[in-house]
Design a protein around this ligand. Structure first.
Ligand code: G6P
Ligand code: ZN
Length: 544
């Protein structure tokens, strides 16, 4: 076995963001860049010698090449076995599932999630720990510290391996096992949901659905689940072949980027149900006939109806949402008498709550929903959850949502993004907002009076760790909120996100366009932060 130790010098920009390190492909392709980061992972973790690791990615450009490098580095660093998805394909939720099922010490996921791919697009590396979830901050911080001083890495000198044939072979002393990308995940889904009931609905001839995989990783999973296993007709899954550049699209399931699906569900004679997922398969968007379900409402609906699904028939222990996610689920939790936790943005903050059994379901406004079945958010799980509920209730999506609002009130919600703004300007805007925090309480804007204002800080109830500066909140006495934060997932300039929410208990007022019903809050948000003046942008680039 020929293990090479290669001298290197650190790159100083390998700080993991909300979800791993994401950079342009051109950055990752610099000599030693990927290797430095991977070696920093191995140097920062313990007890992996001879143990099992999971490896896969969303199929984007550079996926295959990076997998070859990582396999050779894993072999050189003493990993016992790597289970790698066939063709290098493993969705983020499937990776989490496989880590847990086979007691792996961790996994490496190659993805920049919903960011565009291709030679000019983004690439990313995430490290997940043995619980199947994103590495907690203390681990990512250690990896970053190591990356700043790293001076060598280890790699096996060996020819590239065949990633396309299932089976086991040796790479140095390590076993490489090429696994079916879908099988373990499909089995897990079958253990949670009532497949018979869903199949009955999908083959009844009375229910039509459409899934948009956006040329990204969920294609093979969606084909296997919905068309082969659950009986939906061929063609139900659109854009179902993963492409290295996602067909030139932006694989983010929202009303702007999932336009193919939106055109179908809002067009002539639309199907009953539509859903899309992102690059690595952890996000989801749910649509009914000419009807959009906000991710925050989706979480609330899943929580309210969880006992209809076999996997949650005994009830849920608690729920959690990220701070900027609407408070719709809080109302469901209150009525169920269970705890509702408010965490910072980033799925990793749910991990401890799930591990400790404090919560069963969790979700984020950024089109993420999930449960204790794995430790990542899970796009197709959310789709199956909705289908299971619809199959039991025999109701259209819109009616289900309206009845939910009728019972719990409606949280009008919208997010306004200002993308690719100059980083200095964005930081200045946030700094100015921070200065205003102590002065806002009691201030009146039209009918709304500020009840509190702060920069969100979270103390993890399980390990006591504190995460500060997680977004500026302005809460009003009527329950409405404005939240500002800078995205932690972008790669160019900064993205300002403004989250707007108001609560409407009166069913006769549940029919408004959210932009209309939130219009005064939108104006207040601009007035307080001087968004237009400081960004030089007249309107948001994306509204969801
Ligand atoms: C990723 C994370 C999510 C997070 C989202 C938005 O998808 O997994 O947990 O909510 O990014 O992050 P951003 O920092 O861009 O708002
Ligand atoms: Zn994703």
């Amino acid at each position: 076995m020929n293990i090479k130790t290669v001298a290197t010098t650190p790159f100083l920009d390998q700080k993991p963001g909300t979800s791993g390190v994401r950079k342009l492909v051109s950055v990752f392709k610099q000599p030693h860049y990927l290797e430095n980061f991977i070696q920093s992972i191995f140097d920062s973790i313990e007890d992996y010698q001879g143990q099992t690791m999971i490896l896969g990615g969303d199929g984007r450009y550079y996926n295959r090449q990076a997998i070859q490098t990582i396999l050779k580095m894993a072999a050189a660093n003493g990993v016992g076995r790597v289970k790698v998805g066939r063709g290098g394909i493993l969705s983020t939720p499937a990776t989490s599932c496989v880590i847990r099922k086979y007691n792996a010490f961790g996994g490496i996921i190659l993805s920049a999630s919903h960011n565009p791919g291709g030679p000019d697009g983004d690439f990313g590396v995430k490290y997940n720990t043995s619980n199947g979830g994103p590495a907690p901050e203390k681990v990512t911080a250690a990896i970053f510290e190591r990356s700043k001083v790293i001076d060598k890495y280890k790699i096996l000198e060996a020819p590239d391996v065949d990633l396309d044939t299932l089976g086991e072979f040796k790479l140095g002393d390590m076993v490489v096992e090429v696994i079916d990308s879908v099988q373990d995940y499909e089995q897990l889904m079958e253990s949670i949901f009532d497949f018979d009931k869903i199949r009955e609905m999908l083959t009844s001839g009375k229910f039509r659905m459409c899934i948009d995989s956006m040329h990204a990783v969920t294609g093979p999973y969606a084909h296997a689940l919905f068309e082969q296993r659950l009986g939906a007709p061929a063609g139900t899954v659109k854009n179902g072949t993963p492409l290295e550049d996602f067909g030139g699209g932006h694989p983010d399931p929202n009303l702007v980027y999932a336009h193919d699906l939106v055109e179908i569900l809002f067009g002539e004679n639309p199907p009953d149900f539509g859903a899309a997922s992102d690059g690595d398969g952890d996000r989801n968007m749910i649509l009914g006939r000419k009807f959009f379900v906000t991710p925050s409402d989706s979480l609330a609906v899943l929580a309210a109806n969880a006992t209809l699904v076999p996997g949650y028939k005994d009830g849920i222990a608690g729920v959690a949402r990220s701070m900027p996610t609407s408070q719709a689920v809080d109302r469901v939790a209150a009525s169920l008498g269970i705890d509702c936790y408010e965490t910072p943005t980033g799925w990793k903050f749910f991990g401890n709550l799930l591990d400790a059994g404090k919560i069963t379901l969790c979700g984020e406004e950024s089109f993420g929903t999930g449960s204790n079945h794995i430790r990542e958010k899970d796009g197709l799980w959310a789709v199956l959850f909705w289908l299971n509920i619809l199959a039991v209730k025999q109701q259209p999506v819109e009616q289900l949502m309206r009845e939910h609002w009728h019972s719990f009130g409606r949280n009008y919600y919208s997010r306004h993004d200002y993308e690719a703004i100059d980083s200095d300007r964005a930081n200045q805007l946030i700094a100015k907002l921070r200065e205003q925090i102590p002065t806002l309480k009691g201030k009146k804007f039209g009918d709304r009076e500020v009840e509190y204002s702060d920069d969100f800080s979270y103390t993890d109830p399980v390990d006591g760790s504190v995460s500060k500066n997680q977004g500026i909140r302005i809460g009003f006495t009527d329950g409405s909120r404005i939240v500002y934060r800078l995205s932690g997932t972008g790669t160019q300039g900064a993205t300002l996100r403004i989250y707007l929410e108001s609560y409407e208990p009166d069913p006769s007022k549940h029919d408004l366009d959210p932009q209309q019903s939130l219009a005064d809050l939108i104006a207040i948000a601009d007035e307080v932060a001087q968004v237009r003046a400081l960004t030089g942008m007249e309107k948001p680039t994306v509204i969801t």
